[in-house]
Design a binder for this molecule. Structure first.
Ligand code: PRP
Ligand code: MN
Ligand code: MG
Length: 187
């Protein structure tokens, strides 16, 4: 149904824009990895699931063979303090030594999750580690995390949809939109 329209202030990235951008990013990655035997996509649960599925399919049209892994991490506890402590809730299933890894993220905000993850993957002796993120917020620019492939730079507002949640909701919304303040101001 269209129940979510009432909770969304405005659409930031529409379905068609997402589709076009995913294809564009896949073409870039395909060109950069043209000589690679394969790439290992590491999706970061749960936010990246929609982007991961669409990006992997787009690479299937343009790029080298793809394998998929998923990790789940808890980013710095309850608060928003920049302790940088990340706990692994679900680790890689396979040895990534020598593999060309691309971390797939829905959004880079503070960049803390990603900077920790990149170090971790490098410590597991990947041949290369790059990041593709559909969205990037302004704060991410401050962090020295090299996100090679970025879909959209978005304003510093609370967005949901296309994998991004508020309290586990709205992940299935097919576009990215700003959540109405009244939704999280109430109760
Ligand atoms: C969100 C988002 C990124 C991360 C970005 O995940 O999906 O993974 O936060 O934030 P950062 O750049 O400040 O580290 P979240 O922890 O909400 O988990 P989820 O993906 O399961 O929603
Ligand atoms: Mn996430
Ligand atoms: Mg979340």
């Amino acid at each position: 149904g269209n129940w979510h329209a009432a909770d969304i202030d405005r659409v930031i990235v529409g379905e068609d824009q997402i589709r076009d951008k995913v294809d564009e990013l896949a073409k870039q990655v395909a060109a950069d990895y043209a000589t690679a035997d394969s790439v290992l996509l590491v999706g970061v649960l749960k936010g990246a699931v929609m982007f991961m599925a669409d990006f992997a399919r787009a690479l299937g049209r343009h790029g080298p063979p793809v394998e998929m892994e998923f990790m789940a991490v808890s980013s710095y506890g309850q608060g928003t303090t920049s302790s940088g402590v990340v706990r692994i809730l679900k680790d890689l299933d396979s040895d990534i030594a020598g593999r060309h890894v691309i971390v797939v993220e829905d959004i880079v905000d503070s960049g803390l999750t990603l900077s920790w993850l990149m170090k971790y993957l490098q410590s597991r002796r990947a041949a290369s580690v790059e990041v593709v993120a559909l969205l990037r917020k302004p704060d991410a620019v401050k962090v020295t995390v090299p996100v090679k492939y970025v879909g959209f730079d978005i304003p510093n507002e609370f967005v949901v949809g296309y994998g991004l949640d508020y309290s586990e909701r709205y992940r299935e919304v097919p576009y990215v939109g700003v959540l109405r303040k009244s939704v999280y101001a109430q109760s």
